[in-house]
Design a protein around this ligand. Structure first.
Ligand code: C2O
Ligand code: CU
Length: 453
C-alpha cells in the first residue's frame, strides 16, 4: 500500500491516491478454487492521512495513529486470523500476512481496507482491488476470456479541477462525519469518462460497485439487452436477460454483453443520467463471436427447514433532535458490545434483517455465502411500538438475478429481508456490516462468532 500519483483523465493533473502497488484499482489477483495464496500486505503509506478523520467515531480517536490499514478479502472463505478484523490494523512500515485457501466456487471477490473508523477514507483514497477465483466447472462453459473478459470496478468520487480528491465533511459545526459521500465524477477502473475499443462480439464484464455509498442502475444507452450470468458468489443457474442492473455498494455482477449488432457504433454504459464509459465498437472480429450458454451450473435453493435458528436483527438509525442522522446501528447495538450473533460451525440459520430506516442498506457477512429468501413490507411504527412484525404486503421473492449465492444483500427500507446462511469451513470471530462505508464506520457493524462444536 503506497501513495501514488494516478492519472484519472488525460486533461487533469495526476491525483494523489493511496493504492495497492501504485495503481487504482489495485492489481487483479487470480487464483483457482482450493489453490491457497499467501499474501503479504505491506503498509508503506505516509504517517498522516490526507482525508478528514472524524476522531469522535469509535476506534478513530486521537489516541490511535491516524494511518492504519487492515486488508480484508471480501467474499473470501478465509480463516478468521487472516480475514482482516477491523481492530487488527497495522501501521506504516508493518506487514499483514494473510493465508487465503479459497475453498470456494469460482467467484468475483475483491480486497479492500477495513481499518476501524477510517475505512471509508482509506477506500475512498484508493485502497481496493479485484480478486477472481476460477474453477473447472466455470472454465468448461467457454465464456469470453482473455481480452474479452474485463473486470470493471465502478465508483464515484468528488474530484476538484486540479484533479485532487475531496472527501466531504459535515456542515454541522464541530462535526466531521457525513452519512453518505456522493461524487459527480464516475470512475471506471479509476478513469473518468474513458472509452473502450471492443470488437462486435460477446464480452464478459466482471462489474463491481466500489462506491462508498452510491447505488448504480447500469444500462446501455441504446437500451439493448444484456445477460447477467453471475452475482457476488459466482454463477447463476442460467443467464438472466436484463436491460438494467441495480447494484448496491459491494455487490458484483457478471455480465455478458453482445456488441455484434452494434458494429461501428459508439454506445455508452450509463447509470441514470451519468455516463460511465463509452464502448467504441469496431467493424471486425478477430475470432469467434461467442455465445451465451443456456445453462450455467446446478444451483439448489436451500430449504427453509434446513435452518436451525432464526435471528431477527434490526437496522436502525439514530437521529438527533432536529432529525439529522447521527449514525446507524445493527440491532440497536454498538460495535463494542458483547457478541450476540454466535452461529455454530456447520449449522444453517435464517437472518431476518428488519430495516426500520428510510434507506436501503447493503448488508454483508464475512466468511459465508447465503441465499435471499424474500423481502416483505412491514409496519415500522407498529414494530417500534410493539416489537412485533405486522406485514404490510405479500412476501416478494428475490429478483431473477438474485437467485444465486450472495454475500451482500440489499435490505430495502421498511422491509424485512430474509437470508438463509450456512456457516461452514471456519470457526472464529468475523464481522457483518452495512457496505455503505459511512454507515459501517459509524457503528453499523457488529462482530459475530462462529462457534466450533
Ligand atoms: Cu467488503 Cu467487511 O467488507
Ligand atoms: Cu447502511
Amino acid at each position: 500500500m503506497l501513495e501514488a500519483q494516478v492519472k484519472v483523465h488525460r486533461d487533469l493533473p495526476p491525483t494523489r491516491m493511496w493504492t495497492f502497488g501504485g495503481s487504482f484499482p489495485g492489481p487483479t489477483i487470480e487464483t483457482t478454487s482450493g489453490k491457497p495464496l499467501l499474501v503479504d500486505w505491506e503498509n508503506r503509506l505516509p504517517a498522516r492521512h490526507f482525508l478528514p478523520i472524524d476522531h469522535s467515531l469509535h476506534g478513530a480517536g486521537k489516541e490511535v495513529p491516524e494511518v492504519r490499514t487492515v486488508v480484508h478479502l471480501h467474499g473470501g472463505r478465509t480463516p478468521a486470523e487472516s480475514d482482516g478484523y477491523p481492530e487488527n490494523w497495522i501501521l506504516p512500515g508493518k506487514t499483514q500476512t494473510c493465508y487465503y485457501p479459497c475453498p470456494q466456487e469460482a467467484a468475483h471477490l475483491f480486497y479492500h481496507d477495513h481499518a476501524m473508523g477510517i475505512n471509508r477514507l482509506n477506500i475512498y483514497a484508493g485502497l481496493q482491488g479485484m480478486f477472481l477465483v476460477r474453477d473447472a466447472q466455470e472454465s468448461q462453459l467457454g465464456l469470453p476470456s482473455g481480452k474479452y473478459e474485463i473486470p470493471l470496478l465502478i465508483c464515484d468520487r468528488i474530484l476538484q479541477k486540479d484533479g485532487q480528491l475531496i472527501y466531504p465533511v459535515s456542515e454541522k459545526p464541530g462535526e466531521v462525519w457525513v452519512p453518505e459521500a456522493f461524487g459527480e465524477a464516475m470512475l471506471a477502473n479509476g478513469k473518468s469518462q474513458p472509452f473502450l475499443d471492443v470488437e462486435p462480439r460477446l464480452y464478459r464484464f466482471r462489474v463491481m460497485n466500489g462506491a462508498n455509498g452510491r447505488f448504480f442502475r447500469f444500462s446501455l444507452a441504446n437500451q439493448q439487452e444484456f445477460f447477467q450470468i453471475g452475482s457476488d458468489q459466482g454463477l447463476l443457474a442460467a443467464p438472466v436477460r436484463l436491460k438494467r442492473v441495480t447494484m448496491a455498494p459491494g455487490e458484483r455482477a457478471d455480465l455478458l454483453i453482445d456488441f455484434s449488432a452494434m458494429a461501428s457504433e459508439r454506445v455508452e454504459w450509463i447509470s441514470d443520467s451519468f455516463s460511465i464509459l463509452q464502448f467504441r465498437v469496431g467493424k471486425t472480429i478477430s475470432g469467434e463471436r461467442g455465445s451465451v450458454p443456456a445453462k450455467l451450473r446446478a444451483l439448489d435453493r436451500l430449504p427453509e427447514a434446513s435452518a436451525v435458528k432464526v435471528r431477527r436483527l434490526t437496522l436502525d438509525e439514530k437521529m438527533d433532535d432536529v432529525q439529522r442522522s447521527m449514525g446507524m446501528l445493527l440491532n440497536n447495538t454498538p460495535w463494542h458490545a458483547p457478541v450476540t450473533e454466535d452461529p455454530a460451525l456447520n449449522s444453517t440459520e435464517i437472518w431476518e434483517l428488519v430495516n426500520l430506516t428510510d434507506d436501503a442498506h447493503p448488508i454483508h457477512l464475512h466468511l459465508v455465502r447465503f441465499q435471499i429468501l424474500d423481502r416483505r413490507r412491514i409496519d415500522v411504527f407498529h414494530f417500534q411500538q410493539m416489537n412485533e412484525i405486522r406485514f404490510g404486503g405479500p412476501a416478494v421473492p428475490p429478483d431473477a438475478n438474485e437467485l444465486g449465492w450472495k454475500d451482500t444483500v440489499r435490505a430495502d427500507p421498511h422491509m424485512v429481508t430474509r437470508i438463509i446462511v450456512p456457516f461452514t469451513d471456519f470457526a472464529g470471530r468475523y464481522v457483518w456490516h452495512c457496505h455503505v462505508l459511512e454507515h459501517e464506520d459509524n457503528e453499523m457493524m457488529r462482530p459475530f462468532d462462529v462457534l466450533s462444536p
